[in-house]
Design a protein around this ligand. Structure first.
Ligand SMILES: Cc1ncc(COP(=O)(O)O)c(C=O)c1O
Ligand SMILES: [Zn+2]
Length: 411
């Protein structure tokens, strides 16, 4: 038995038809999404744990359950293995006993997207694509630029025109060509699907999507490892396309299946902003499909109106007894500030959404006081500072003069 496996096939999530490990993303039979399939019987949980603990401090410590394999050279900037922070100050405010912040704001390009892009660019280079590309709400743009630079491949990054400046400038600093599209993310995504058909480019979240989404599993693997190879009771995860939430659940299932953790009930809840909450809305209404919306929110990185994995996020919440809730725009800022003020972690608006929904769920009693809870903080506050403009206490403006300073202080 060899521990270093790699997916033997892609498998359709809906009809289970199998395909080779190729640059495909959609089932020809039923148009369902394809996903890498592993032979879980061939992976021993105890060996998996040992291998992880002896591995690099990056997502690649979990290589037996990630795409790639021993013969594929990785594109690796060291994404992953970020801190799981015990958040006692925030827990006290929220009336919870055991709260953790999974702080993915400290990845190489400062969001969890480095994980998914490390996997997607690794596979794209192995498949022999000419260039790396993506349809992005911002964080993916930065991660794609960074990893394409490392892989010495040209990058073309498509974004909605109204993105935060920091995200556009950082992408260009990595040497990527930014294509600002006059439209929202869903328009950008549609254009990218057409470009992917026309040019030999690897779009990390379009034609590379099966491999890309697998990178998100590493957040689930890491949470379990950092808890001492245990599953938590409740997770709160931000939703844009819904892939991250779906894959954290998948990671927990795989760990239990191979015997790396003891199986136990856990709940996975999702977080959206009211200004773009198609998944929360469908969950609330007990709907049988996710109806697309037109996004209008300061949480731009979560502004996907027609989420590709929205339905799977709902299934994840339903299967685990979680919830999907949404917060107001004011709560986004409150959440962001609450985390910064209590835990010293400065997150972007997406993290504000996570904390705001965590607070809502705690206040509603959905998260019970004694549930060990993990909140996923997936992006960095320095990328979206303009969202804070005019919302904070005014700065003291003084001459370099003690008396003037003391007067300003009111002393
Ligand atoms: C900071 C941040 N958090 C969470 C998400 C949601 O990821 P997913 O599209 O997998 O739901 C995104 C997506 O862009 C993001 O940028
Ligand atoms: Zn199918």
């Amino acid at each position: 038995m060899t521990l270093i496996t790699s997916p033997q096939a892609l498998e359709c999530r809906e009809c289970h038809r199998r395909y080779g490990v190729e640059p495909l993303s959609i089932c020809e039979e039923c148009f369902g999404p394809l996903e890498p399939a592993y032979d879980l019987d061939a992976v021993d949980g105890v060996e998996f744990r040992k291998h992880a603990e002896a591995g690099p401090t990056s997502l690649w410590r979990y290589e037996p359950l990630l795409p790639g394999g021993p013969d594929v050279e990785r594109v690796d900037l060291g994404a992953g293995f970020t801190p799981l922070r015990r958040a006692d100050n925030l827990a006290e405010v929220l009336g919870l006993e055991r709260l953790w912040i999974k702080d993915d704001s400290v990845n190489p390009s400062n969001s969890f997207k480095d994980r998914v892009v490390s996997v997607a660019t690794t596979m794209a280079r192995a498949f022999g694509f000419e260039a790396i590309s993506c349809a992005s709400t911002g964080n993916l743009a930065n991660a794609t630029g960074a990893h394409a630079a490392k892989a010495r491949m040209p990058a073309y990054v498509f974004v909605p025109e109204d993105l935060e400046r920091a995200k556009i400038l950082a992408t260009e600093a990595y040497g990527a060509k930014v294509v600002a599209v006059k439209g929202n993310y869903d328009d950008v995504n549609r254009l990218c699907s057409e470009v992917a058909d026309a040019l030999p480019w690897a779009f990390v979240n379009v034609n590379m999507r099966p491999y890309y989404a697998e990178g998100s599993k590493s957040l689930g693997f890491e949470t379990a490892e950092q808890l001492g190879w245990r599953l938590p009771d409740h997770c709160v995860v931000p939703i844009a396309s819904g892939a991250l939430m779906t894959k954290i659940h998948r990671a927990f299932r795989e760990l239990a299946a191979i015997g790396a953790v003891e199986d136990k009930p856990y709940r996975v809840s999702g977080a959206q902003a009211e200004g773009c909450a198609p998944v929360a809305q469908a969950f609330r209404e007990n709907a049988t499909e996710v109806r697309p919306v037109k996004p209008d929110t300061i949480a731009k990185s979560l502004a996907i109106g027609n989420p590709a994995d929205g339905w799977y996020a709902i299934q994840t919440a339903r299967a685990t007894g979680g919830e999907i809730d949404a917060c107001t725009e004011a709560e986004v800022i409150e959440g962001l500030r609450l985390l910064a003020e209590t835990e010293g972690v400065f997150t972007e608006t997406a993290g504000g959404v996570t904390i705001a929904v965590l607070k809502r769920l705690a206040e509603r009693g959905v998260i019970r006081r004694d549930e060990e809870t993990v909140a996923y903080v997936t992006g960095n506050g320095y990328k979206t500072v303009e969202a804070l403009e005019g919302t904070l206490e005014a700065t003291y403006h003084v001459a370099p003069d003690l008396d003037e300073f003391l007067a300003a202080l009111g002393r």
